[in-house]
Design a protein around this ligand. Structure first.
Ligand SMILES: [Ca+2]
Length: 217
């Protein structure tokens, strides 16, 4: 009897379709103003940039700027705003995601890095372009080109790192001048949900963390 009930529950879970849920980590002015005070660690300074932004954005007027002249050249937090995201192969719930899209540019260096904090492996989920600025590993080189111009990438987090619980980010340009980050979203289907030319506008369901937290608890 117990076995039959369990099997029934499993069937329901598998039948649940992905909602094409999207969580915008940062993109427009509101999201960047929200994340800046939450980046409590690191020697750099986090600022709102309204001029030099990722040009293909729908909002087109906001990016995160990390002025990074010294020390660890980064801003970070292991648990930004109590975020708890489940990185899984088949995301269905509001807090489950498989893909990340991000854009970045850098002034004054030969490589930049984005680090994702979670469990297991704490900071052991990293992406860099050009040189790995601090040599922090593991890190996936998404391009050999230094990001002197804006670059955008979509990565399959499950393929890259397997399942983990994502709670924080480090914006780590490692540059003597500054790094810019923009157009960052977690998503359930592969297409960049912030692409202004996205073919499936129905997929643009932007989650707000406060609502999402209410839904999952
Ligand atoms: Ca933007």
């Amino acid at each position: 009897m117990v076995g039959a009930i369990t099997a029934g529950l499993l069937t329901v879970a598998v039948a649940t379709q992905a909602q094409n849920e999207v969580f915008i980590v940062l993109d427009d002015k509101a999201t960047i103003d929200t994340i800046i005070p939450a980046l409590t660690n690191g020697n750099a300074t986090a600022l709102l940039e309204t001029d030099d932004v990722y040009p293909e954005d729908g909002d087109g007027k906001a990016a995160l700027r990390i002025d990074s002249p010294a020390g660890d050249n980064q801003k970070f937090s292991t648990n930004i705003l109590d975020w708890v995201f489940q990185i899984v192969e088949n995301p269905t719930a509001d807090d489950e995601f498989r893909y990340i899209t991000f854009a970045w540019r850098q002034e004054g260096g030969a490589g930049t890095q984005l680090q994702l904090h979670g469990q297991p492996d704490t900071w052991g989920h990293r992406y860099h372009a050009g040189i790995n600025p601090k040599g922090w590993q593991p890190s996936i080189e998404v391009t050999t080109d230094a990001p002197s111009e804006w670059q955008v990438f979509t990565r399959d987090l499950f393929d890259d790192w397997k399942e983990f619980v994502l709670t924080g980010f480090a914006f780590s340009p490692g540059a003597p001048e500054y790094g810019l980050f923009d157009h960052i979203a977690l998503h359930q289907s592969e297409e960049d949900p912030l692409d202004t030319k996205a073919v499936d506008p129905k997929g643009k369901v932007a989650s707000v963390w406060a609502e999402l937290k209410q839904a999952v608890r």
